[in-house]
Design a protein. Sequence first.
Length: 83
Amino acid sequence: MMYACPVCNGWNEMQEACPQCGQSLQDYGRTGDFYGPYSPYRPIDDIRLTNGIPDVRLHQCIHTCYCAHCKHKVEITIEETRV
Ligand SMILES: [Zn+2]
Ligand SMILES: [Zn+2]
């Protein structure tokens, strides 16, 4: 069974609104990408050491988003879908 983030895979556009001004947010990519290539097989301890977000276990993808209107940066959780 595999889960995949629809935004990372290009199936859906990021459709979140800025919590401060309501303008649409720009997707800056998956937050965990700062720590190297995505691997769904990393041990849990390794995940905790890298970014502190148990995204693999919960089947959620954390994206860093940016609002060009008010310069607000926010992390958005994307629910991964089963493929
Ligand atoms: Zn994603
Ligand atoms: Zn904004």
